[in-house]
Design a protein around this ligand. Sequence first.
Ligand code: CTP
Length: 402
Amino acid sequence: MSAKRILLIVGGGIAAYKALELVRLLKKRGDSVKAVLTKAGAEFVTPLSLGSLTGEKVFQDLFSLTDEAEMGHIELSRAADLVVVAPATADLMAKAANGLANDLASTLLLATDKKVLMAPAMNVRMWLHAATARNLKTLQDDGVTFVGPNDGSMACGEYGPGRMAEPAEILAAIDTVLGAVAATKPLSGLKAIVTSGPTHEPIDPVRYIANRSSGKQGHAIAAALVEAGAAVTLISGPVDISPPLGVTLVKVETAREMLAAAEAALPADIAVCAAAVADWRVAADAEQKIKKTGDAPAPLALTENPDILATLSRHPFRRPKLVIGFAAETENLIAHARAKLAKKGCDWIVANDVSPATGIMGGDSNQVSLITAGAEDNWPSLSKTEVAARLTQRIAAHFGKP
Ligand code: CTP
């Protein structure tokens, strides 16, 4: 399973120490964990130990101005694939069952649009109490999944159900819930290749030909496809931005490396070529730094790079079912994009005007037209994330899974 984003709420109970081990296991396999520590939880484990293990800030306060400025509580509740409550105390269960929202943890549980997995831990009498049984039933009816509690001797000296499930059991439950969630996603079971960013074509060991592509649009598309459940290989030229969580990242420098990586990632159902591939490379790049000689500089002899989009579109036996290219133009946008659709043999073209005045190259927004064989759809100016989400919706509709 690809890396996941877990929002972990740590409630107040002696079992909170096991939450630290759970974080360690999640991080070890590459998942990202944002932790929320309740006031009671902080009596058992410290924000420092949780933060050291997650490698991220620990959220504790609903009314913290600095926390809200960094990431609002609504966003925090949704920027995850799964919310895990471990330990889930009787108090947290009661709050969640009744929709109370008087601290950060309960507010997140009410505000989230993601699945919730609870690992209860409490005294055996508290677990067996009619009120807890009622809350458990309510939460289960609301779609919350439970792991444990296990039978065992408790810190308080009693024996019976109430011990929090072991970290490895919680990990397995996380995978089961995420697997079930993934199966319901529109692009689940489909494989996508996304190229993104510029390429660098060497002139000599210290110089190269490049372009101004930031990779923001391609990376946003890869993120949206992952979100929709696709297995995504992101082939990225040199960029300054981080890869989205959950992709298989292949870093390349040159167009030829990008093509090799794309072919190696076949077969795939979807290919989105968003990279700004250099059309030309230096025919014979120098092994040593080219020096000034005092004479007029020798012109650089260029040769054409392979076309990744055209190669995938015309692949003799492994053509992806849907191949999407971009057209970066500075004039006659639609006409040039239509010509590109035919020339490259792809199914759709996302056309954008990259004239410097538009600020699209390197910027955060994009205004595109989606060109298909029979239609032309002009989208308004949107953030690159929104363009990615819309394109992903169209892809899902194409595969009959809106
Ligand atoms: N592309 C590619 N490999 C190349 C060149 C371009 O895969 N060697 C892809 C880009 O990722 C994009 C599409 O082709 O999806 C169009 O890129 P663009 O730069 O707009 O067009 P070019 O093919 O470079 O044509 P021109 O320079 O004539 O506009």
